[in-house]
Design a protein around this ligand. Structure first.
Ligand code: CU
Length: 375
């Protein structure tokens, strides 16, 4: 199998790498640089199986860990997909984890073990794998998870560091294409005691949403019209050419213009606290909630660093995820967007949050309505 891969994907050292990582994993597996509570051999730990849900939603989870560290088992399947990305009906040949862009958000606690089974169906044509930015070890696990069509693989790693971390597909020679085609998502590793402010006071959320931002490079024909392709493989050459220009044709949240607006708006109530996880696996972005704020923002997404307070806009580096906590004080339709306003309004990087509740005149009131100019 490794020989076949070596030939197919031109990864000369793949076999040696896999063997070396496997050999040393036994020695290093119990070492913990993340301050977790266990030195136990993970084979003896309790395991739980979590069913993943499509973003923006996140599977049910405890904010404060109950009991000892666990092995948390997830299963994801790769899936190529033709998706409509804008109101004009432009189609995009996507590659996905579990059929969604971004892939599902996984949640564990520090000291837990993530055990992911990745499945690449026989109907697939391309190899896939996964690089977890949260994982410690060669290629974030990508070398140990490279699977051909018709294969599955299971990877286990210890979640030693807290935060929201990007995961993405990373097959040798095709990484950028698979990532901008849709293959990324988020793993959230919560502190066992939950989130806290810089003074150590507990921070909790009522809801959590994942916003996955993607820059797309849809090829155009000589007349400037977007081209269509029957499959993702057919789109490869033109897409690579479009990518070289570094000019996105679309910048979208969760797979399409409108995926999180109008009828698909995120929903909240006055008084509710929402954790917004924002990932971008390829390109920088700057989330902003119009009419609201980031009460507490982990701009780099790593909970061991104190969150910043009262932010108007925060910066999410390409290849990372950030987290922002906000308690809604007023009802209404909020726009949550990338505050490069060209990217938001012309290219699509915007979502809506529909908030129900009672308006607070103390916070904002129209003192006199629009009318003729008076002296
Ligand atoms: Cu892939």
């Amino acid at each position: 199998m490794l020989d076949r891969r070596t030939v197919m994907f031109a990864v000369p050292a793949a076999g040696a790498l896999v063997a070396a990582v496997a050999a040393c994993s036994r020695e290093t597996i119990n070492k913990d640089d993340g301050g977790s509570a266990t030195d136990t051999n993970p084979d003896s730990l309790e395991s739980v199986t979590v069913k993943l849900v499509a973003p923006p939603f996140v599977h049910a989870h405890d904010q404060v860990a109950k009991g000892a560290p666990k092995i948390v088992k997830f299963r994801m399947t790769t899936e190529p997909k033709t998706i409509v990305v804008d109101e004009a009906g432009t189609t995009f040949q996507a590659m996905t984890f579990n059929g969604s862009m971004p892939g599902p958000t996984m949640v564990v606690h520090q000291g837990d073990y993530v055990e992911l089974t990745l499945v690449n169906p026989a109907t697939s044509i391309l190899p896939h794998n996964i690089d977890f930015h949260a994982a410690t070890g060669a290629l974030g696990g990508a070398g140990l998870t490279l699977i051909n069509p018709g294969e599955q693989v299971t990877l286990r790693f210890k979640a030693t560091r807290t935060g929201v971390f990007v995961y993405h597909c990373a097959p040798e020679g095709m990484v950028a294409w698979h990532v901008v085609a849709g293959m990324s998502g988020v793993l959230m590793v919560l502190p066992r005691a939950g989130l806290a402010d810089p003074e150590g006071n507990r921070l909790t959320y009522d809801k959590v949403f994942t916003i996955g931002e993607f820059d797309l490079y849809v090829p155009k024909d000589a007349a400037g019209a977007f081209k269509t392709y029957p499959t993702v493989e057919d789109a490869y050459a033109d897409t690579m050419e479009a990518m070289r220009g570094l000019v996105p044709t679309h910048i979208i949240f969760n797979g399409a213009h409108g995926a999180l607006t109008g009828d698909n708006a995120l929903k909240a109530k006055v008084g509710e606290t929402v954790l917004f996880i924002h990932s971008q696996a390829n390109r920088d972005t700057r989330p902003h909630l119009i009419g609201g704020h980031g009460d507490w923002v982990w701009e780099t997404g790593k909970f061991a660093n104190p969150p910043q307070r009262d932010l108007e806009t925060w910066f999410v580096r390409g290849g990372s995820a950030g987290a922002a906590l906000y308690t809604f004080r007023q009802p209404g339709l909020y726009v949550y967007l990338n505050h490069n306003l060209i990217e938001a309004t012309l290219l699509g990087a915007a979502a809506h949050v529909q908030v129900e509740g009672k308006w607070n005149d103390i916070l904002m009131k129209q003192i006199s309505p629009p009318g003729p100019i008076r002296a």
